[in-house]
Design a binder for this molecule. Structure first.
Ligand SMILES: C[S@@+](CC[C@H](N)C(=O)[O-])C[C@H]1O[C@@H](n2cnc3c(N)ncnc32)[C@H](O)[C@@H]1O
Length: 296
């Protein structure tokens, strides 16, 4: 396969997040170090040249995409990284894994198993680039090419996932793209596959279906920066009450606005700015017991 063929179907959003992690890696005050991110950006032929350093961006940190959204996604990756480390479970499942490289980046114990679920085009591109640069994970990492709207649970179990071991589930930057019934089913399966002691970290965005959200100035630059109008890629329908559903199934869940994390980490999107970043919530929690299962 040539690079061009490889990159044709790569999700532009996955590539955008990789570019943001590449930028973050080069910053002296970076919250994330991902030495693989730059390789993805350089090898992709997405039709749009994405930056790998903030110095490559004319407006720098003032740029709405690479500055402000970049600060959001960089902080998000770090917060979810820390949640994975703190949970310290023997299994980790990345739902909509994209070009994230947690299996390589985080110093996970060798016995941990990582499962990455995403579409085939993204994961084929990812594996090819990682193989080409000789990346080897300390942990076993299985990439499962299956749509989250399909029977990804079957693929997960076939790959050796154990329902008897606690799992950390990460849905970073993926639930807002899923139609409501798919999000409900995904979290229902997460619950059903989770042994007590399992953890979850997820991102939701309130009001993403409103015209005010979709037409906000924050996103105008994404057409040029990534070749797609970002909010148009998000699902436009009503969102489910996922925290409520998880709580009803015995999960202890806390959702917080991003501003809380900007304050806690000392970097991130400026909380005083009133834009759609205020609508995002990052939820974390764990499963206390097997009292009930979400309706599938
Ligand atoms: C914004 S990217 C985030 C990727 C990764 N979690 C990260 O933070 O770098 C969204 C990812 O979700 C994946 N995705 C979206 N809808 C999906 C679906 N229905 N099934 C599987 N993957 C999906 C996309 O292919 C893409 O890789």
């Amino acid at each position: 396969m040539t690079d061009a063929e490889l990159a044709e179907g790569v999700s532009t959003t996955a590539l955008m997040i990789a570019a943001i992690r590449a930028i973050e890696t080069r910053r002296p005050d970076g919250l994330v170090r991902d030495e693989y991110a730059e390789h993805f950006v350089r090898k992709a032929r997405s039709g749009v040249e994405m930056p790998t350093r903030i110095e490559d961006v004319d407006a720098g940190d003032e740029d709405p995409v690479w500055g402000r959204l970049g600060a959001y996604c960089g902080l998000r990756t770090r917060v979810f990284d820390d949640a994975v480390r703190a949970a310290a479970t023997p299994q980790i499942v990345l739902l909509g894994a994209g070009l994230d490289t947690r299996a390589l980046r985080l110093d996970l114990p060798a016995a941990v198993r990582v499962f990455e679920i995403d579409r085939a085009d993204v994961l084929t591109f990812k594996s090819t680039i990682l193989d080409a640069v000789g990346a080897t994970a300390r942990v076993r990492c299985d990439r499962l090419s299956v749509d989250l709207a399909e029977d990804w649970d079957v693929a997960l179990l076939a790959a050796g996932f154990s329902v008897d071991l606690p799992t950390t589930w990460i849905a970073e930057g993926v639930l807002p793209y899923l139609p409501r019934p798919v999000e409900e089913r995904v979290l229902g399966l997460v619950d059903r596959l989770s042994a007590p002691g399992s953890h979850i970290g997820y991102e939701i965005v309130l009001g993403q279906e409103s015209p005010e959200f979709r037409n906000h100035d924050l996103y105008a630059g994404t057409v040029e920066a990534i070749g797609s109008h970002l909010p148009s890629l998000l699902d436009g329908g009503a969102r489910p009450d996922s925290a409520g559903a998880l709580r009803a199934a015995g999960w202890e869940i806390t959702e917080r606005p991003v501003a809380d994390y900007t304050v806690r980490y000392g970097r991130g999107p400026d909380p005083s700015v009133d834009d759609p970043i205020r609508q995002a919530r990052w939820g974390f929690g764990h499963k206390k017991s097997r009292v009930s299962c979400l309706r599938l």
